[in-house]
Design a protein around this ligand. Sequence first.
Ligand code: 5GP
Ligand code: ZN
Length: 136
Amino acid sequence: MRDKECIFCKIANGDIPSKELYEDDEFKVILDLGPATRGHALILPKNHYANLYELPDGEASKVMLLAKKMAGQMTKKLGCDGFNLVQNNGRAAGQTVFHFHLHLIPRYKDDGQTLGWKPLEPTQEELEEIKKIITE
Ligand code: 5GP
Ligand code: ZN
């Protein structure tokens, strides 16, 4: 389940070195080379899945347990003040490497980073319409 051209397949399976924080049979956790903050890391499945839509349920459930464990350990060791989990799917959502990964981003008071959006102001009718589109 590897893609020969995929950089994260190569990293997750040890063909390219990385700063590893954790490894098991299914996942590797590495430091991001272009970190948003001190300690920014990535959880990579060893199998190649382009994004969340392709990620099987087994890995999907395990990845959140691993994120919880890593967030606890990193918060304790780094002394960060908060923590973001970020996961991008598709170019429109900011994905640049098309092998599923979950960002683990320690946050520090005054770290100068913003992970945000400008809130829209939908009417109750618009919210109801969206609810129907998604659920019906
Ligand atoms: P995305 O924008 O796809 O959600 O995130 C891709 C992330 O992978 C970026 O934060 C980027 O800094 C990181 N990245 C890209 N190439 C490499 C690499 O070769 N090694 C490591 N450790 N991180 C990488
Ligand atoms: Zn891959």
